[in-house]
Design a binder for this molecule. Structure first.
Ligand code: HEC
Length: 134
């Protein structure tokens, strides 16, 4: 962890122009790597985003895009409750990917609800690579 804070300090000193979510996502990826993941892929994340599963709860087809759509810059609606969901894209919504606990909490819930199981560290890293690019 000491190495990381030194790195963070260097990055801040070096200009601080990086958006707030970038450091949070980088730290999460470092954590997934520590679990043995070799590399992450936005393309795989994108593919997984629209992959359809059968919801154990409703029996209906479900994917990440069911609630978040395929245009992450748009607001959307929860597929079951109709509750409004703000855009996931950090470029239009600075609150996104800015809090690691919030990200992990919702990976937990959303993966179980969509895939019917926890996402692996590989899958979470791929999703983050896909989402951060928006
Ligand atoms: C049934 C609806 C639903 C589905 C399906 C769904 N989500 Fe979500 N997601 C939500 C809600 C509700 C929130 C929390 C409210 C909010 O942040 O707007 C959320 C929040 C998130 C967040 C937190 C982002 C942040 O930093 O603010 C991430 C990451 C996320 N979802 C990823 C996914 C991924 C990956 C999938 C597919 C495996 C997925 N979601 C599928 C409803 C859904």
């Amino acid at each position: 962890m000491k190495g990381l804070s030194v790195l963070a300090a260097v990055l801040i000193f070096a200009g601080g122009a990086a958006p707030s979510f970038a450091g949070v996502v980088d730290d999460l990826l470092v954590g997934y790597k520590a679990l043995g993941v070799a590399d992450f892929s936005a393309a795989r994340g994108k593919e997984m985003w629209t992959k359809e599963f059968k919801s154990a709860k409703t029996g209906k087809t479900i994917s990440c895009a069911t609630c978040h759509t395929t245009d992450l810059k748009q607001a959307s609606k929860h597929a079951e409750t109709g509750e409004a969901i703000e855009p996931l894209a950090p470029s239009v919504n600075p609150k996104r990917l800015a809090d690691p606990k919030f990200v992990e909490k919702w990976f937990g819930r959303n993966c179980k609800q969509t895939l019917g199981r926890e996402c692996t560290a590989q899958e979470k890293g791929d999703f983050l690579m896909f989402m951060r690019a928006w």
